[in-house]
Each structure stands twice: as C-alpha cells, then as structure tokens.
Design a protein around this ligand. Structure first.
Ligand code: F6P
Length: 738
C-alpha cells in the first residue's frame, strides 16, 4: 500500500508540474496576445480621436468635443481630451470624474510630445490608457486619451486556471485508477503468487511454480526469486528421495547421488563435455530470439548430467541467433548450472565434417542398413580440421584446470581424444560412441580407418552401448593396427598408453510425474482423436529408423484385421534432420508419400489411420504424446541404443502402455518385455500391433511395470556414474604436461 501511495504521489506531482507548467505558459501567451491586440486597438482609436480633436483644440473652440466623444466613445471605450496644461477639456461621462490616476501619463505625453500608455484602474475598472499628444506645428497643444476596458483579460485568465484545475482533477482520477489496476495485476498479484508458492515450497508441498513473472517489469529480481524457489524445490525433492532410498536400502542412482559421487571421485576437477550438437540453440524467429532444444538422444542423456555436476559443454554453435546470444553462456538461462561454450565453424567445414564425413561416411558405415557410405578426401580434410578446432577450444577452456575430466561424444570426434591427450596427458579422456560399431570387415572399407582408430585410442576410456559393439571395436583394432588387445581386461595397449573399452548402456532420467489421465484426454481432444487406441512414433526422419517399414506394417495390420479400422490411430512425430543430404530429402518424400497413400486408401472422412506431425517438438510436447499413447513403435533397422524406447517407458507412470521394439536396437537387449519385432518383416510387425491391442490388460501392465522398473534402476545418472567410476579407476601415469 505504501508503495502504491508513493508511486501515486510521484505520478501526481509529475502531472501537477507538467499541467501547471503548461497552463502557466498558455496563460502567459494568451495574455501577451490579448494585450497586444488591445494596444493595437487603443492606438488606432487614439489616432482617430487625435485627428478629430486636434483642430478643435488648436482653434480653442469649446464646443464640438461632444461630437468627438459620441463618435468614438463606446461602452468599453472612454475618451478624454486635454489642453496643453493637462486640464480635461471633455471626457466620456463614465470616467469624467475619475481621471485623476491617469493625469501623470497624459502630462508625460504632452511634455514629451510622444504617445504614452499604461494599465490603470479608472472608476473601479482596469483599463488600458493610450494617450497621444495633440499638435500644432509639431508642438504639443494638448492630448487625447483612449481608455479601453481591460477587465476581461483577468476574467479570461481566471477561466483558464479553472479549466486547468478541472483537467488536472480528471487526470488524477484516471492516473490513480489505471495505476492501481496495473500495479495490482502486474506487481501485487504476481508477487503474492510467488510469495504463496515459495511459502508452500517451504512447507514441503511439491506445487507447480506460478507462471513466470514479467521479467521486463521486475528485472532479474523476479526471475531470480523464481529460479531460487525452483532450485530449492529440486534440492528438497532430491534430499527426500535420497532419504527414502537410504531408508529402503535402495541403491538407485539419482541426480544428487551422481553429484556427490562425482565430487568424491574427482574432487574439484571440472567436467568437460564435447559434442557436435549443442544442448540449446538460439534461433531468430521474426524479430525475436527463441530457445530450441534439438531432437537428439545425446542431448536428452547428457543434459541431466551437466545439470547435476556442472562444468563446460563445448559444442557447435549452429543456431541462427547463437552469435547474437553469445559464445559462452550459462545454462539453463534462468538458473545456470553449467556453461555452454560454442565453437563456430564455416558452412564449408560443416558440409565436409558434419554432412559429409560424419553423416554420409561414418553414419552409414556404422549402421548396417544397406546404405553405401560416401568417403571423399575433401570431407576427411574438413573432419580433421574441425576435430582440431574443437580440441583447440577445449584445451583453451581447460587451460587453468588441473587434471580435467573430458567426456567426448560420438562419431563426430573420433580424432579429438588423441589430440587432447597429446597436449594434456594429465587429462582423463573418455569418448562415448553413441552409434553401433560394425564388424571388422564392414569397417575395413573406410579409407582412413587407421587414423580413426588411433584417434579414438588416444582416450583412456572408449564406451559403447553394448558388449557386442565393444567386441567389434576390439576386433577391428586387433586386425587393423599395431597394438596389443588384452581380451581378458578389454583393453588396448599401445606403447605406454592403455585404453579401456567398456559397455555403458545409455538411458534417460526417471519420470515420476503423475498427471497422466487429464493429460491424455486433453491431447486426444486437441488432436480430435476418438479412437479406442492411440499409437505413437517419435523420430528424426532418418533411414536407420525404419519409418517406411513401420507404415507398411500399419497398412498390413489394417488390411489383415479390418475390424480395427476406426479403432486405432497412429501419430507420427517427425523432425527433419540433415536435409542437405540428398538421401535424407528422398526419404522425407518417401515417408510423406507413404502416409498420404495409406490415409487415402484406408481412411475416411471421420478417421485417418496416421496423423503425421512434421515439425520440431520440444521435450515437454513429446512427453505429452508418450503419456497419451497406448503403444509406441520403435522400428529402427539398426540403432546403438534408442532412447525413444526408454523415454516412452519412463513416461508410463500408471504402467499402462506397450512398446513395440526392433530387435536391432541396443534397447531391445534390456527391455525384454517389449513386443520385439524384426522391422524387415512386415507380417511380424503387423502381428505385434495386433498382439498389443488384444493383450490382456493385466499382462500389459506387468510387462510395462517391469520395463519401467528397469529404466528407473538403470537410469542416466547410473550411466554417468558407471562411466565416471570406470574413468576414476584408470591408473593415471604421473606425466608432465606436454
Ligand atoms: O545417435 C547418434 C546421434 O548423435 C544421437 O545422439 C542423436 O540422436 C542423433 O545422432 C542426432 O543427430 P544430429 O545431431 O545429426 O541431428
């Protein structure tokens, strides 16, 4: 209240000063204008009276003055005629007896033989007196005075001040009303909500945060308070979960446990993650800049770790507005836990390193999906150059860090471990290969296989999703380069350096939110879905994901079991990826065409078998689809792990839902209760859909519960914890920094 009064007081004062100042100026201007007008009129009248009376005074005739007075005198204009001594010869009756006050003015006009003028009160009224000398042979022989009524000047001024006062009053009322509403709406209510939310959090109730307060109004204060409360909520939940797990003697990995584990194992040694894809890109949309989270399993997996442990994440700044936002930023923006360091690369470098060597060479090489890899010498040069650039940036970031921990990610950075280790032997370097590693023969077609293997073996630890991929890698090393593979310990020894090769099946963060029922109904209503069953698929449009195969299976399902038409709808969330590569563009067309023809041939006005949603969806949107869907299809032709499968399972908080999963994914080795399919076998996949919709609900529940328990237990914190534990176990030779 006191704030409101102070604010209103300031507004009133400002309004008073502005409108008072303007009114004063207006009055002053008006007065000057009217006075000048009066003076002009008085001078004209005085000249006319002078002309008419000059001859009469010169001749000394006593009559004739009345005519002059009658001719020029008016109700608001009195006339007086004087002789050479300043004695009144004749004057208008209303002033005749009261001319005393103007005598000095008239005398001055006669003596100086010049017109004079002044305001004077004559007979109780303010008048402008203009006196002109009457002359004969240029000598003064008397004077004529014209007295114009000036009373209205003051009345007009008063009137103006009165109107100003009314205007000021109305303005005050409006300013007060509007200010009160705005303050209540944008300040008092949001602050009350934040205060109430903070109070509830303090009392330990896990309530959703209020909508973000207007940051432009509160500056960083409201944002800081909000994020502080959020941090507090997270810390409380983590502490409560820890306490609960201690009580039940559970050894589940949590964000908090990972944080403490990393602290114990590595002390203050900072963590550096290197990946091609950045966790957040900034995109220019019209005149504003928006934050985008990429459709990347790698980001889904690593972000919770960075949130838990902090550190620096080095990645390619690929957003259209990244340079505007900055090279080094704290993330998340409203409550920074780690630093994103962006690396800039040219279009030419991106074409060779990312689109070319990484995605037209290594990607099809490692995924056995009958897509011929393209190896171009130019791409290889760019790949080497960009690896060196990232290594340089990383070394710059690590300059002051003692024995830093480096977690390099994926097939984009096969050469980076060696480059970093050579410059910083004290660093612990791990690289995780998120895609499959093929057998020796398949890998052998890569012209630069030795360089790639040597680059990777620069690391202390090389991780894959499965033991199978580790074995493929070790066999490739054994048969390609010089070095000793120790099959007992799964290590490679080259000279003084030993590299450990281990499987770490990647996972997702547990998802324990419970709002499923309402969410499901809302999403179905939004999509206009009325069918009994809703299936979902979430993919980048990539030839490894088996999208055309999936749609063929859906078509076959509706053909073989037509009684399920209008009873099942499938939603495909598709995000476009690597569209500069012709093979990806061709696939995008193929997928759209497949959806179109199925919908045209099988659908009708009230039902479309497939709803195809081709745009970027952020994580919270995708989660709604997971929670609304009765089943999810993952039909990759080859996949290192596939985190969509695990995310879908994690999101089924009521254990209702079924997963159809390709046997060629890493996930199929863990999620054994999924409906495992061969994506190349259309009949098999169609039958799996039928199995799902006809399954006994109890069986479906228990399958999902077992999978969910598994994902909860082997979650992303566990993945990072095991990787960190392995890295910490590796003996560190006491080497000087090179
Ligand atoms: O599977 C390897 C991977 O790097 C994943 O981490 C991620 O889902 C995908 O490829 C992302 O591809 P891109 O960054 O090329 O869009």
């Amino acid at each position: 209240m006191r704030f409101l009064i102070r604010l209103l007081g300031a507004l009133w004062l400002a309004t008073l000063l502005v409108s008072g100042g303007f009114a004063w100026y207006e009055v002053h201007q008006e007065r000057t204008r009217q006075a000048e007008d009066l003076q002009r009129r008085a001078a004209l009248a005085a000249d006319a009276v002078r002309e008419a009376s000059e001859r009469l005074v010169a001749r000394g005739v006593r009559n004739g003055y009345e005519r002059v007075l009658t001719r020029f005198g008016r109700q608001d204009r009195a006339i007086a005629i004087y002789d050479a001594y300043g004695s009144v010869l004749e004057a208008s009756p209303e002033v005749k007896r009261s001319l005393g006050p103007i005598s000095p003015l008239v005398t001055e006009a006669i003596q100086k033989n010049q017109p004079t003028r002044a305001f004077a009160v004559v007979n109780g009224r303010t008048r402008l007196v203009h006196a002109v000398p009457l002359q004969q042979d240029d000598k003064s022989i008397g004077a004529a005075a014209v007295l114009l009524d000036a009373e209205y000047l003051e009345a007009g001024e008063w009137d103006l001040w009165q109107r100003t006062a009314v205007r000021f009053g109305v303005l005050m009322l409006l300013v007060t009303g509007i200010t009160w509403v705005v303050v209540r709406w944008s300040v008092t209510q949001p602050m009350t909500r934040i205060a109430e939310w903070t109070r509830l959090l303090k009392s330990g109730q896990p309530v959703a945060p209020p909508p973000q307060a207007d940051a432009s109004l509160f500056g960083s204060l409201a944002t800081e308070v909000t994020s502080l409360a959020r941090t507090l909520a997270r810390a409380r939940l983590a502490a409560a979960e820890e306490a609960r797990l201690r009580l039940v003697g559970d050894s589940l990995w949590t964000e908090e446990r990972l944080k403490q584990f990393v602290e114990i194992r590595f002390g203050a040694r900072p963590i550096y993650v290197v990946s091609n894809r950045e966790p957040v890109s900034h995109e220019q949309e019209g005149r504003s800049i928006v934050e985008m989270r990429p459709a990347s399993g790698l980001v889904t997996a690593l972000e919770p770790i960075m949130l838990a442990c902090g550190g620096v994440w080095v990645a390619h700044g690929s957003g259209t507005a990244d340079r505007v936002v900055g090279e080094r930023i704290g993330l998340p923006v409203d409550d920074p836990a780690y630093t994103l360091r962006r690396v800039w690369i040219t279009e030419q470098e991106e074409a060779g390193y990312y689109y070319g060597f990484a995605n037209e060479g290594l990607w099809p090489l490692c995924h056995i999906v009958h897509e011929r890899p393209q190896f171009r010498a130019d791409d290889w040069e760019q790949y080497k150059g960009v690896n060196a650039r990232f290594a340089g940036t990383l070394l710059e970031e690590m300059e002051k860090a003692e024995s830093p921990i480096v977690l390099a990610q994926d097939y984009h950075f096969a050469l980076l471990p060696q480059l970093v280790k050579q410059a910083r032997p004290d660093a612990r370097v791990a690289i995780f290969w998120h895609i499959p590693w093929p057998n020796f023969e398949a890998f052998g077609i890569c012209p630069w296989q030795e360089e790639i293997l040597l680059g990777l073996l620069g690391a202390d630890l090389v991780g894959f999703h499965t033991q199978f991929h580790c074995n493929n890698f070790l066999e490739t090393v054994e048969r390609t380069i010089e070095g000793r593979v120790d099959w007992e310990n799964f290590t490679v020894v080259r000279g003084q350096h030993r590299t450990w090769v281990r499987p770490f099946p990647i996972s997702v963060a547990p998802d324990d939110a419970v709002e499923r029922v309402a969410d499901r109904a809302a999403l179905r209503a939004e999509l206009g879905i009325t069918t009994e069953w809703l299936g979902v698929g979430v993919e980048r449009v990539d030839y490894t994901k088996g999208l055309p195969e999936r749609f063929r299976a859906l078509r076959r399902f509706f053909e073989r079991w037509p009684e399920y038409r209008r009873r099942v709808t499938f939603v495909q969330i598709a995000s476009l990826s690597r569209s500069r590569i012709p093979r990806y563009r061709a696939l995008q067309d193929e997928v759209r065409e497949a959806v179109r023809s199925i919908n045209e041939e099988l659908g009708d006005r009230g039902w479309q078998p497939i709803l195809y949603r081709e745009r970027h969806h952020d994580h919270s949107e995708i989660r709604r689809y997971y929670r609304a869907a009765d089943f999810c299809m993952v039909t990759s032709l080859h996949d290192g792990m596939n985190l969509v499968a695990k995310e879908y399972v994690a999101a089924q908080s009521d254990d209702d839902g079924a997963l159809i999963l390709s046997r060629f994914t890493g996930a199929s080795r863990e999620l054994r209760d999924a409906y495992i399919v061969n994506p190349y076998d259309v009949e098999d996949m169609a039958a799996a859909i039928r199995d799902v919709v006809t399954a006994d609900p109890l069986e479906r529940h228990s399958r999902m519960r077992r999978m969910r328990d598994h994902v909860r237990e082997y979650n992303i914190y566990g993945w990072a914890g095991l990787l960190a534990a392995e890295l910490a176990r590796i003996p560190q030779p006491s080497l000087e920094r090179g």
